[in-house]
Design a protein around this ligand. Structure first.
Ligand SMILES: NC(=O)c1ccc[n+]([C@@H]2O[C@H](COP(=O)([O-])OP(=O)(O)OC[C@H]3O[C@@H](n4cnc5c(N)ncnc54)[C@H](OP(=O)(O)O)[C@@H]3O)[C@@H](O)[C@H]2O)c1
Length: 272
């Protein structure tokens, strides 16, 4: 599938495969620093998830999820030392309701990405950092990520019994002095752990944590050319910011076919 490049260059045919892989996000910053990036697919009316009354959960709308976007999601994961996710993902995984196992996917379609990691000196799979205040993380779900280093970051109100339960299962738990995990503390923790590329795949609350402290470097946003409506939904950001976060467009591609289309945009967060 080829795309139309709209920015920065105007090119009529660009291959989707390797579009994001060639960014080499794992080597964009010097040793001693970390590049933190996020990625969402949204409808034109801004929905990244809708409430599903049948299962009582918020889910990525099936009508906008698609394989081309998923390929780019996997390419972004391939370049990461570590994935940042939420406890909610593991709660859904435990109930069999998660969208998928964490990337990088083991399906034949992503074998090239696993090889790419090998040739670029990255671990077979990215490590995983879970952000959670409740520490309500089912151990049976964590077991599904066998072989990956898992760390949990939490605030000072964490229940000691829950910290202990995770530590006994071999999980590295860091309790911060603040009530919730702050973006700045998370970035420092990542740098201390010698990570250089961190891919945030959680939802609007973790995103807000990163953006309010201006520690997010890149936002990859796919906009599916669909209007969804519905009043119970998430957008890419929840809660409030002290001041608006300005974005700088780095690249924009359009995929257009008979049935629909989508924009693939990459933004940098403007530093204040
Ligand atoms: N369309 C897309 O591309 C896309 C991408 C990602 C997610 N989504 C959807 O978005 C929805 C929400 O996702 P989500 O629940 O993972 O996202 P979230 O709103 O970012 O995370 C929620 C949980 O993360 C923990 N958390 C967040 N910020 C924290 C902080 N500063 N300190 C401590 N803990 C913190 C809390 O866990 P505890 O409750 O354990 O304390 C909180 O309940 C889901 O339906 C998901 O499918 C869509």
């Amino acid at each position: 599938m080829s795309l139309l490049s709209l920015y920065p260059d105007s090119v009529s045919s660009v291959e989707l495969n390797q579009l994001y892989l060639k960014l080499e996000l794992h080597r964009q910053v010097e040793k001693g620093d970390v590049l933190i990036y996020s990625n969402y697919i949204a409808s034109v009316d801004g929905r990244i998830s809708l409430f599903n009354e049948d299962c009582g959960e918020y889910e990525v709308p099936a009508s906008i999820a698609n394989k081309r976007d998923w390929r780019l999601y996997q390419e972004l994961a391939a370049q990461s030392d570590v994935l940042i996710t939420s406890a909610r993902y593991f709660r859904q995984l435990d109930k069999g309701k998660a969208q998928d196992l964490l990337p990088v996917g083991m399906e034949p379609a992503y074998a090239d990405l696993l090889n790419w990691r090998k040739t670029h000196g990255l671990k077979p799979q990215p490590d995983v950092v879970v952000i959670s205040n409740s520490l309500d993380i089912p151990l049976s779900a964590l077991v599904k990520l066998q072989g990956r280093k898992i760390s949990v970051l939490t605030g000072c109100a964490a229940l000691p019994g829950r910290v202990q339960r995770l530590e006994q299962a071999g999980i590295n738990v860091t309790v911060f002095e603040t009530e919730t995990v702050s973006g700045k503390a998370l970035k420092q923790w990542l740098i201390h752990a010698a990570y250089r590329s961190a891919y945030m795949i959680a939802g609007p609350k973790v995103h807000q944590t990163l953006i309010s402290d201006r520690v997010l470097d890149r936002l990859f946003l796919t906009t599916h050319l669909t209007l969804l409506g519905q009043n119970c939904f998430h957008t890419v950001l929840s809660d409030s910011l002290d001041s608006p976060a300005r974005l700088i467009l780095l690249s924009l591609y359009l995929e257009q076919n008979e049935s629909s289309g989508q924009f693939f945009a990459q933004y940098a967060l403007q530093q204040e």
